[in-house]
Design a protein around this ligand. Sequence first.
Ligand code: TXA
Ligand code: MG
Length: 343
Amino acid sequence: METKRWNVTINESMDKDAIEEAAALLRSGETVAFPTETVYGLGADATNENAVAKIFTAKGRPQDNPLIAHVATKEQLKRLVDSIPPYAEKLMDLFSPGPITYILPTNGTCAENVTAGLSTVGVRIPDHPVARELLKTCDIPIAAPSANVSGKPSPTLADHVWEDLQGKISGLLDGGATGVGVESTVLDCTQVIPIILRPGGVTKEQLEEVVGTVIVDPSLANKNEKPKAPGMKYRHYSPEVPMWLVKGSVEKIQQLINDEREKGKKIGVLASSQTSAKLEVEDTYPLGDNIHEIATHLYDGLRKYKQGDVDLIICEAFSDSGIGQAVMNRLQKAATEYIVEGI
Ligand code: TXA
Ligand code: MG
């Protein structure tokens, strides 16, 4: 299959032709990748079972993992669900469009393979000019998982999508780098108290300010608990080579680098810009000065080191408050070992 790639410059005119072409492909049952404010998504008509099946094939995604339906407005969102509790309405007024997905009872409008046969559906209004224009133009709900091959880090650049899915999808709208860098917060809104199933762009602290108590799915802290979001049980975000996640001082990280180097290993480092500057190592990717910049560059960092470049990635662990909770959740899934200084 030939994958058509359009460059979309984000300005007032917004390359309407490219977006109209992409929307026409989506309406005719084809797959198109597009940027959102979190990561690139791989879209298909959420009401068309055959179209949605193409997403699973292109990504190699397990069939039991449901997809998020993306819409442009709250009115469109309401057409996909049975009911919305008042606290979710309140959250929507404040955080949508934005990096949050609401799990609500489905009314059956989305195809069976979007919800993987569950009685609920994940719905999200993305906040990215290209995604919003595309959704408005095609005027149908678009099912879209992250546009990566299953198991690999999510794409935050069009080149990441191209690397994974070229030849397997019909189109790719290149709108440059995404912003937030980690995916949306998945929030179960079917219970009296909302439950975070996947930490993401909207933080627990932000949610608590609005609704008071928020529960975090116990499986996020305890590997023996079964996750409530089917997708959270899979190993994810894996770099091509083993990765150690290290919680400890710069000295501890340097000592690990030295020990492994002595064994003849080539080491690549992922760390904050401050830590990177202090380390003596042949290859480092400074992720940024603060946790927001680190989130933005995280997946590019996890994709940077290819087999043959290095034998081992050593990655610094970060504080898990605010968006750090999403960053650390992804890093713990990506790492082959988690090393805590002193343990
Ligand atoms: O930021 C994002 O959310 C990106 C962009 C493209 O919107 N999308 C994304 O989709 O990350 P995906 O498919 O990679 O992750 C969706 C997560 C999975 O863990 C899935 O299991 C969960 O949401 N999910 C979807 N529908 C669900 C449902 N009805 N109940 C529980 N979990 C659900
Ligand atoms: Mg994904």
